[in-house]
Design a binder for this molecule. Structure first.
Ligand SMILES: Cc1ncc(COP(=O)(O)O)c(C=O)c1O
Length: 477
């Protein structure tokens, strides 16, 4: 046994002593050895689960077997091959409701290409008027921010609630103040993420019911939350829930969903119709079409009918492992990571890591945004860190993760600095150009590194990452 292995074993033993609940997740170790064997076979440390989850070999085998045996046609017909596809699509729909414990009397599932597709469905069809408010948190993916364009174009008031350093949380008092915008009788939409894809912050789910009671429809973005947390729609009942399945179980990559409360789906007004979404259309009257009721009216064209059975397979895969098991495992690993990262020191005593967001597991998940710092406190170039990690087969994420709100607050970027990016005569200004403008004025490049854990993470992964981070000790920039 090499010295490295001995040190890792000792660290694992200590870790197990500190996080005894981790032992109860050891069925994932068995799964990792079989279903995710390719990671260790190729010596990979995958730390970008918030970017995309990993599929198990058994999911691919089950899907391949189904496709190999079956004959599937376009589901928009009544022949046997068409009906075989339609049945699989309906099974997937039922599996989604079942997985999220959503009553079919209350919720519907609209299949989309991804979470962004689900968000666009809501944004373009939400009945915004000049009397409406769109309340949105700084901490949001750009696909949620983008809904403001629909709101603005219909004259609605768009209000942002900021996050605050150092924890990048939302202030509940400001949420309450923002909710006061709703005028009785108007349609108002409040959008926030259950989990930040930037900082890992878990925002309070209680705000869903509070906002609804104050006259709001609530869009809870579950794209980053659903892969490692139980979303129980029999307890928390948002009106619109967008998500992407590849983030939850890696495969397939082309399918997401909008899970919507039936009456809230019915209040959306689609700006067009397409094949598959109508009961009837005529070319002899331009206004003549009838949109189908429910999810059908929102699923443009032909569904990914060969991909949908892989959604059922993926959800069964997660259920067999257990969301609580996945959650407990990544929480223990992230707690260890945070403690190690925050205690890493250069020989001069200077911290080696700066975390953006909470430094403990209090109301946070296993997505961690950070900088690696040099002995003089300056920041190592994040892209160089990513490159060096890549040389060791460690996948980390860099950039702003499509979450400008958290990035701007985390890096203290002022409104005046951002304004410079939108005052340039040359359009479009690229992210890189904007970042260099900000770096010129503030001296800091507003990029971040992110690591995130998921279904197949184990202690060896986080240990290897900490060893990589430790290799920066006393390294000058
Ligand atoms: C919180 C959150 N919402 C929405 C999205 C958009 O997901 P997709 O790119 O699959 O549409 C992401 C993707 O990273 C995300 O993290």
């Amino acid at each position: 046994m090499s010295l490295i292995e001995t040190e890792q074993d000792a660290a694992l033993k200590k870790f197990l002593g500190q996080f005894p609940a981790y032992r109860e997740t050891n069925r994932i170790d068995e799964l990792r050895a079989i279903d995710y064997a390719r990671l260790d076979k190729r010596g990979y440390v995958y730390l970008d689960y918030t970017g995309g989850g990993l599929y198990g070999q058994s999911q691919i085998d089950a899907h391949r077997d189904l496709l190999t045996e079956g004959i599937f046609g376009n589901p928009h017909s009544h022949n046997p091959t068409s009906m075989a596809s339609a049945n699989l699509a309906e099974q997937a729909r039922a599996a989604v409701l079942d997985f999220f414990r959503a009553s079919p009397d209350e919720y519907e599932v609209v299949f989309t290409g991804n979470a962004s597709g689900a968000l666009k469905l809501v944004g373009e069809a939400y009945p915004f008027t000049p009397e409406s408010c769109y309340l949105v948190s700084y901490d949001n993916h750009n696909s949620v921010n983008g809904i403001r364009e629909f709101a603005r174009s219909k004259g609605a008031q768009v209000t942002y609630v900021p996050v605050h350093n150092p924890d990048l949380r939302l202030d509940p008092d400001l949420i309450i103040r923002g909710l006061a915008c709703a005028k009785p009788g108007s349609d108002n939409l409040f959008a926030y993420p259950a989990q930040s894809n930037f900082s890992g912050v878990l925002h309070p789910l209680e705000w869903v019911a509070e906002a609804q009671a104050a006259g709001w429809d609530v869009l809870l973005d579950a794209a980053a939350f659903a892969p490692t947390n139980r979303l129980d729609l029999s307890v928390v009942k948002p009106d619109y829930v967008p998500l992407s399945f590849y983030k939850m179980f890696g495969y397939p990559t082309g399918t997401g969903a909008l899970i919507a409360r039936r009456e809230k789906l019915a209040k959306l007004r689609r700006p067009w119709f397409a094949g598959g979404t109508i009961t009837l259309a005529s070319v002899q009257g331009t206004g003549w079409h009838h949109l189908a009721a429910g999810a059908t009216g929102f699923e443009d064209g032909t569904l990914d009918y060969l991909g949908l059975p892989a959604v059922t397979i993926g959800l069964n895969h997660l259920s067999a492992i257990g969301m609580e098991t996945i959650h407990a495992r990544v929480a223990a690993l992230a707690a260890w990571l945070l403690r190690e990262m925050t205690t890493l020191r250069h020989r001069n005593g200077a911290p080696m890591v700066q975390i953006f967001g909470p430094e403990t597991m209090d109301r946070r998940a296993s997505t961690i945004a950070f900088y690696l710092l040099a002995p003089d406190g300056s920041v190592y170039d994040v892209y160089e860190v990513e490159r060096l990690a890549g040389l060791e087969n460690i996948s980390v994420r860099t950039g702003c993760f499509c979450n400008p709100g958290d990035g701007e607050v985390a890096h203290n970027i002022t409104q005046a600095e951002m304004a410079a990016c939108f005052a340039e005569p040359e359009v479009p200004v690229t992210l890189q150009h904007c970042q260099s403008l900000i770096q010129d004025s503030s001296g800091v490049a507003p990029n971040t590194i992110r690591i995130s854990l998921g279904i197949a993470s184990n202690f060896a992964d986080v240990y290897r990452f900490i060893e990589f981070a430790r290799s920066f000790r006393d390294r000058e920039r």
